[in-house]
Design a protein around this ligand. Structure first.
Ligand code: NAD
Ligand code: MG
Length: 388
């Protein structure tokens, strides 16, 4: 029986993954990992008959152990236990932990030489070349699960990369798309945390409003598909029905369309290399009526300009960008800094970071750069706090 592991099973992507797994009695759930939501993790572990349930927090180990007492499900706790779980044999693993914490478990899961379904975008942004090299060394396959990247991957099936001119990722523009630009500085976390089309976690929804999410995805596409910075474009597409477009040298453009539901890219990765039935809404273009596209304004979305800078710099820039972005987002959610301050914090850290263009050579180096960038971002954000 094929065995699967889900890292970050209690999150938005994790829950969607388990929704699909619940319909697949042919797959065995070996590992589930979560964070502080012990009750949900325990429920999932029982429902799916998991062999091992892991919480990332040591203080949650005991409550999880108690919740699963008498079930025969093994329990572990702490960050190291999450990474260890990556070495439990599994044919398919979903990397859906949020943030840089998802990096090490993903690396560990590659050791199986099987399939890693990658939702955690921080992995490619912070350590793309290392992760891809590890997959090659282990003979493992990484399948992108971010909807836009799954769309590009699907459009590129049976195509020659040398024939690709550009890849365009679409962006809804987020919850503040129609706000006058002067108002953006005063946007609250609640306002930025509402998404018109996608139902996602709070952090990624705010990142959609600021386009930091799209900036991450641009870097992700650059890393995963080996595209030059000028080959990756972004178009605002409020309906979120076209997920990505690939333009070829002969003028043909392949677009991927579908209802916005993460169960499509997750299910594609689960069924790969085949296609099978998925419980997603069918696209009804007549009902949609129209598809709109426009060029994003780099003044409104400075994160997109920063992504270009990061790709051109290479080296440690992706790692520094992601770490600074995560800290800036923490400070925005805590209402220490304003919505537009997030980009200013990231820009300032990128400007001053020592050895930005030097590529990290190991996961340990990535984590050290990540920690240093976080410390710097905290200092910059604190200096701005209260000024907005
Ligand atoms: P989420 O916040 O809903 O869930 C995150 C999961 O990670 C939870 O299970 C949580 O317990 C776990 N987690 C959090 N901190 C952890 C830590 N320090 N150590 C171990 N586990 C930890 O996030 P999400 O929206 O499901 O997104 C997960 C990843 O997928 C992110 O990288 C996100 O950018 C990416 N992604 C999400 C979507 C989406 O629709 N939500 C789409 C594309 C890509
Ligand atoms: Mg996406």
């Amino acid at each position: 029986m094929r065995r699967v592991a889900v890292f970050g099973s209690t999150g938005s992507v994790g829950v969607s993954t388990l929704d699909l797994l619940a319909r697949r009695p042919d797959l065995r759930v070996a590992v589930l990992t979560g964070g502080r939501n012990v009750a949900l993790l325990a429920r999932q572990a029982v429902l799916h008959g998991a062999e091992l349930a892991v919480t990332a927090h040591e203080e949650c180990y005991r409550p999880l152990k108690e919740a699963l007492a008498g079930t025969g499900i093994a329990v572990a706790g702490g960050p190291a236990a999450v990474v260890e779980a990556g070495y439990v044999p599994a044919d398919w693993a979903m990397s859906a932990i949020v943030g840089a914490a998802g990096l090490a478990p993903g690396f560990a899961a590659l050791s199986q030489g099987k399939v890693l379904a990658l939702a955690n975008k921080e992995s490619l942004v912070t350590a793309g070349p290392l992760l891809l090299a590890e997959a090659r060394a282990q003979g493992a396959t990484i399948l992108p699960v971010d909807s836009e990247h799954s769309a590009v991957f699907q459009a590129l099936r049976h195509e020659d990369m040398a024939a690709v001119e550009t890849v365009t990722l679409t962006a809804s523009g987020g919850g503040l798309r129609d706000w006058p630009i002067e108002r953006l500085a005063h946007a609250t976390p609640d306002e930025a945390g509402r998404h018109p089309n996608w139902d996602m976690g709070q952090r990624i929804t705010i990142d959609s409003a600021s386009m930091f999410n799209k900036a991450m995805e641009v870097i992700e596409a650059h890393e995963f598909f080996g595209l030059a910075p000028e080959q990756v474009a972004v178009l605002i597409h409020p309906q979120s029905l076209v997920h990505a477009l690939v333009a070829f040298r002969d003028g043909a453009v392949m677009a991927h369309l579908g209802a916005p539901d993460m169960r499509h890219p997750i299910g594609f990765a689960l069924n790969w290399p085949h296609r099978a039935d998925l419980p997603v809404a069918r696209l009804d273009l007549a009902r949609a009526g129209r598809l709109d596209f426009s060029q994003p304004d780099l003044v409104r979305y400075p994160a997109l300009a920063l992504a270009q800078q990061v790709m051109r710099t290479g080296g440690a820039a992706g790692c520094v960008f992601n770490a600074a972005k995560e800290i800036a987002l923490d400070h925005f959610i805590a209402r220490n800094i304003g919505f537009l301050d997030m980009a200013a914090v990231v820009e300032s850290v990128l400007e001053r970071f020592d050895g930005l263009s030097r590529a990290p050579q190991s996961l340990a180096e990535v984590l050290a750069i990540d920690a240093e960038a976080r410390a710097q971002a905290n200092r910059v954000a604190q200096a701005r706090a209260g000024k907005h």
